[in-house]
Each structure stands twice: as C-alpha cells, then as structure tokens.
Design a protein. Sequence first.
Length: 328
Amino acid sequence: MLKAAGLLLAGTLALAAAAAGWVYWHLNDNIKSVDIDSALGDNRPMSGMTTPAPSASAVPTGSLNILVLGSDSRSGEENQELGGGSSAGARSDTAMVVHIDAGRTAATVVSIPRDTLVTRPSCPLPSGGSTEVAYNSMFNSAYAVGGPVCAVKTVESITNIRMDHYIEIDFSGFAKLVDALGGVTVTTDEDIDDEDSHLTLAAGTHHLDGEQALALARTRHGIGDGSDLGRIGLQQKLVKALVDQISATSLLTDPARLYRVADAMTAGLTTDTGLDSLTELTSLGRSLSGLSSDAVRTVTMPVVPAPSDRNRVVAREPEAGELWESLR
C-alpha cells in the first residue's frame, strides 16, 4: 500500500509540474500532520539501524516501522454519513504496524486487534497536561483519549519498537480513493450479512465501490464468530486487493484520473511531520520500488481471550513478544 501510494504521488508530481504548481500546492495542502516526535520527546524506544540516502537524488534504504491507522477521527457530514463520528468520539478501528526490512525489499504487516486489553501509558495532551495510566484498557481507547500521539506511544509500549512514521486515513478518504480507482475486486470465502456495516455479500468475487469497500473493512458481526479477528482478515485481504487495483490502473496515461485518485488519497490523510509533504511521501514510495507483493507478509498479533472478559483479548505470550522481537 505504501509503495503504491508513493509511486502514485510520484506521477502526481509530474502532473503538478505541468499544471504550473497549483496541483502540487493543492494536494500538498490536503495533507494534515501531527508533530509526534516533539510531543513524545526522547522517552521512547531507540530507532533501528538506518541507512540514509547517499545523495539528494538517491533514496534511503534503512529499515522503517510505520503505524498505519484507519479511523473515523474526522468530523464532518461525509464521515458521519459513512458511520464516522466527530473528533470528540474518535476511534481507531484498524491498526497495522508496517515493518519494512533494511534494503526495503521485504515487509511484515502486523495487525493489532482493537479489542486487545493493554496498559495504556500516560500520554501528553495537545491542550496541556497528560492522561492517566490505564490498566486493562482497550487498545483503541488510546486514540480516543489522546489522538495519534497516544496511539503511537501505546503501540511503542506494547512492542518496544519505535514508530518511525505515522499514517492515518479516515472513512470518507478511503471510500473516495476506492471510487476514484474505479472500485476494487475482492473475493470473500463466506457469505456476509452484517446489519452494523450494512453489507450483504454472497461468498465469491465482487467488484466493490467505495462505500461497499469501507463496509467490508468494518464488517465483523456478519462473519465467523463475530470477533475483531475476522474483520482483520477481511482488512488484510482488502489492502492487497487495493494494491493490485492501483498497480493495474494506468494512472500515468490518464492525468484526470491520476488527479482524482491523488486528491482522494491526500484529502483523507494525516501523517507525522516527517511525511507531511508530497515530496516526502514520494521519496518513501520510490524507496519501496523493489518491494513486491510476494515479499509482504501479513500477520495478526497472537492473542487469547482475556480472563476478565471473554469478549476481549490479550496478547498471547511468549508468541507476541517473539513476534515483536523479530522486527527490532
């Protein structure tokens, strides 16, 4: 997904130059950012080994860890129509730690179930002060109480891995991206009938529009045992299908569609300050040009039902710890 996004934005840069810079300014202005490094300071896990680019025209090759969230954090009519809430009721229903190996030719994507009970650390608040440490708290509550900064700090406390970057996409941005690409084709292994996500699909292959793809990403009660683990499987399948769709779409020969896709992607995007420009996102995408889909492994953090609440889960040890250790 990151590779496809970066290469897409690289094409947009060429389009922007042809449009005398207005397109570049508009798309660049779309991107929202959060200064996570300043908020968290130095009390964080150490960064991994990195290899900077040898020249301005080259690309970096060091390892990276990126926290990718899907959320309903943006207020507004479009998000509310799609099931999102105001910023005061923000949730992060999708959380993936993307580890890119040194050399950037292989990657591991680890999904963290939102229902995982964790110790949520004290997090700084934008208004000043900080949150209290919370024990046996749902993982996705970190974003709800402290936004991206607390989400990153909580993931770092769970994994003891420094998150080099942060990327978040909201409901309407995701739906618009899928629509701009002309939809996405996904194969489901079982019938889906979820009243909460308003999605009904028979088992088989379907070409989904943006609203349907978003509903698939949110589906949990209409499949399997109704847990978040089933939803994670659908989300991982959807991400791969979206990457295939981007790769199969001839965006560089269709400037109008290229602009629509880039506009949809950037309008729904929030990043850390290290990725908050088209130039930085494009550099990331170029650095992943040697990464094939076959070299991307998707896994879910090992969990077991929580003893205190069978509707929640906790990390299964030592397997979870061993997984995070393998990515340091």
